[in-house]
Design a protein around this ligand. Structure first.
Ligand SMILES: [Zn+2]
Length: 238
C-alpha cells in the first residue's frame, strides 16, 4: 500500500496515531490533500507572476516518503518544488527557517542536484537530524544553532548559508518552508526571532532574485498570536 493509500485508509477508519506526535482523524486525508494542493496553487500563482503563501495545516517538512512524522502528513514544500519544475523552473532553492530541521524535505531531495536545501534550526532539538556534515550530493546546507542568541545572529547566519548555497548556482524558483516557531515565545523552542526578522529575510530573498517565482508553505508555529504576527510580516514583505 502506498503512503497515499495508507493515509486515505487511515482517515476512512476515523484516524489513528501515525507516530507519537502525529494524530489523525476522519478529516486528515482531506486536510493533507488540501495542504498539498494549496502548495501547488501557491507555486502556480508564483509561476504566473504573483508570489504566494500556502497557509496550510498540516505542515509538511517532517513527512517522509513512506510515513507521516512530526505533525506532517505530506511533504508540501517538495510537492511544491516538483510543481515548479513541471512548470519550467529547473533549479529550485528551498529555504527552511522553521526552528526544527526539515528532515523530510532533506530526505526527499538529498540525492537531487536540481534542488538546493538550506535549513536553519535549533540544535540539539527534534527531530535530531540536520548536522552541518549532512551535505547530500553537495545540495544540502544545514545550519544547526543553539537557542537564546540575539536574533540578528540567526538572520545573518541563515543569509550567509543562502549566499553560500547560491554562490555558483542561480535558482529558477525560490520556495520557503515558512515556520514561525523560531519566534521569541514559542513554547516548543528557544529561538528569538520577531516579525521584523521574517520580513527582513523575505525582503532579502525577493531582492536577491526579483524575477524568480517565489512561494512559501506554512510549517510550524505554536504560539498562535506570534504565528499570526510572523505570517503577516512575511506576507507584507512578499
Ligand atoms: Zn517546527
Amino acid at each position: 500500500m502506498s503512503t497515499l493509500d495508507h493515509l486515505e485508509a487511515d482517515s476512512a477508519r476515523g484516524g489513528g496515531v501515525l507516530d507519537p506526535d502525529t494524530i489523525t482523524n476522519a478529516a486528515s486525508w482531506d486536510a493533507a490533500r488540501g495542504g498539498a494542493g494549496a502548495a501547488i496553487a501557491a507555486v502556480t500563482s508564483a509561476l504566473a507572476g504573483t508570489p504566494a503563501l500556502a497557509a496550510v495545516r498540516p505542515p509538511g517538512h517532517h513527512a517522509l516518503i513512506d510515513r507521516a512524522m512530526g505533525f506532517c502528513l505530506l511533504g508540501n514544500v517538495v510537492i511544491a518544488a516538483r510543481a515548479a519544475q513541471r512548470g519550467g523552473a529547473a533549479r529550485v532553492l528551498i529555504v527552511d527557517w522553521d526552528v526544527h530541521h526539515g528532515n523530510g524535505t532533506q530526505a526527499m531531495v538529498e540525492q537531487d542536484e536540481t534542488i538546493r536545501f538550506v535549513s536553519l534550526h535549533q540544535w540539539p532539538a527534534y527531530p535530531g537530524t540536520g548536522r552541518a556534515s549532512e551535505r547530500g550530493v553537495g545540495n544540502i546546507f544545514n545550519l544547526p544553532m543553539p537557542p537564546g542568541l540575539e536574533p540578528a545572529l540567526y538572520v545573518e547566519a541563515l543569509w550567509d548559508a543562502v549566499s553560500q548555497a547560491t554562490s555558483d548556482w542561480t535558482p529558477d524558483a525560490v520556495l520557503v518552508s515558512a515556520g514561525f516557531d523560531a519566534m521569541q515565545g514559542d513554547p516548543l523552542a528557544g529561538f528569538t526571532l520577531e516579525p521584523e526578522h521574517y520580513a527582513d529575510l523575505t525582503r532579502r530573498l525577493r531582492t536577491r532574485w526579483p524575477d524568480a517565482p517565489f512561494a512559501a508553505t506554512l510549517e510550524g508555529g505554536y504560539a498562535p498570536s506570534r504565528l499570526a504576527d510572523g505570517v503577516i510580516a512575511h506576507l507584507a514583505a512578499i
